[in-house]
Design a protein around this ligand. Structure first.
Ligand code: SAH
Length: 369
């Protein structure tokens, strides 16, 4: 009933802009990350790419272009794409972007609400909930997804934890206001960690439930999840804010017309993985992209571009993604990987084996041979 199902303004003409909309390099490097993990995990002969909240579909489009360019590497692998999207408007935009617009609504034999074939020949399916995505070896992607899910806010008081609630202002007509619950609520009793030290916390139980689901699926069927978002590792307090037409917007005014967002608490996501998978990060976006080789990719694109305007655009978008004062520091990358990814496959037979495990790209410094 909210913003994403009715409006959902990603992109320059909308309410906010995201990294894949700024530069093609972003999605290309993420595509490389999946190929790298697929190789490190022994090149399974099939995988699903599952994206949560694909926005305009730009990130998937850039990833699929990399898969196409690396056809010789992926040739024997059966790849399919599964998009989890609640917004009817955005799913239409994704369908046009990825398939050219030829999709089949409500296919009978599937749990998907829509299906089609990508321009590069890969089957694509749409769902409203991760639970509808068929089980199987999967690489998951959530870029600026978790920050869009609703949060609970809590305030520590002398009488204990109280929930911050939204009330109708009795003094001003049509105006909402924040109030503190007069006593404990079910949420204060269930969602605050016993060891919490902050005085104000925001908890997104829906994000926790989704991470639990991802961790269970990865533990059972294999794969990995890459989560990228602005956030912190359990240190920040009041981050709830709204954006409309690229400007900060009062979260309580004109509900449903602005993008509401809160920083992702990665320490909470790590806890919710419950040890079912290993976790890596959060690591800053500028470090992750540097480790993924963004500098090299930029050089190649600059060399290949003839006109000054394109070169300027490339440099400008690199600065947006990497500058610590822009998106470089506040965005983070976080990954869920199966425990066996960190155990040498030879170890059982040859405990003396010394050959190193392939490092996880992006989370380790890039060493060029
Ligand atoms: N990943 C994209 C878009 C981010 S915006 C990018 O980086 O450009 C958030 C996306 O999540 C939108 O596609 C929105 O429609 C979707 N979304 C929001 N809430 C959702 C929910 N509960 N389930 C599935 N998708 C949701």
């Amino acid at each position: 009933q909210g913003y994403y199902t009715r409006r959902g303004g990603v992109g320059e003409s909308g309410d906010f802009i995201t990294s894949p909309e700024i530069s093609q390099v972003f999605g290309e490097l993420i595509g490389i990350w999946y190929i790298s993990e697929w190789m490190a995990m022994g090149k399974p002969n099939t995988f699903q790419l599952v994206e949560l909240g694909p926005g305009r579909g730009t990130l998937t489009e850039d990833i699929l272009r990399v898969f196409k360019q690396l056809t010789s590497v992926l040739s024997k692998c059966d790849v399919s794409v599964h998009l989890v999207e609640v917004s009817p408007k955005l799913s239409e935009i994704q369908a046009v972007m990825l398939t050219g617009g030829t999709v089949q609504p409500n296919p009978e034999d599937e749990s998907a609400y829509m299906k089609g074939i990508s321009k590069t020949g890969i089957p694509i399916f749409w769902y409203r909930d991760i639970q509808d995505v068929p089980p199987g070896y999967s690489f998951y992607l959530a870029h600026e997804f978790f920050d869009a899910l609703p949060i609970h806010k809590f305030q520590r008081t002398e009488k204990g934890w109280r929930e911050v609630l939204v009330d109708i202002d009795p003094e001003v007509p049509d105006q909402l206001r924040f109030v503190l619950s007069p006593s404990r609520t079910p949420a204060t009793q269930n969602f605050i960690q016993p060891e919490e030290t902050r005085d104000h916390v925001e908890v997104c139980p829906e994000a926790g439930a989704i991470v639990q689901r991802l961790a269970c699926r990865i533990e059972k069927d294999g794969g990995a999840a890459l989560v990228a978002d602005y956030g912190h590792d359990g240190t920040k307090t009041d981050t709830f804010r709204g954006f409309r037409n690229h400007k900060l917007h009062d979260v309580l005014s004109a509900p449903g017309t602005a993008d509401l967002t809160a920083d992702v608490d990665f320490s909470y996501l790590r806890k919710m993985a419950q040890g079912k998978t290993a976790t890596l990060g959060p690591i800053k976006q500028r470090e992750f992209l540097k480790n993924m080789g963004i500098d090299l990719r930029l050089q190649v694109l600059l060399q290949n571009s003839g006109d000054t305007a394109t070169r300027e655009q490339l440099l400008h978008s690199y600065d947006m993604l990497m500058n610590p004062k822009k998106m470089g520091d506040c965005f983070n990358f976080f990954a869920l990987l199966p425990h066996h990814r960190f155990v040498h496959p030879d170890k059982k037979d040859k405990p003396e084996s010394k050959s190193p495990l392939p490092p996880v790209a992006g989370f380790n410094e890039l060493l060029l041979k």
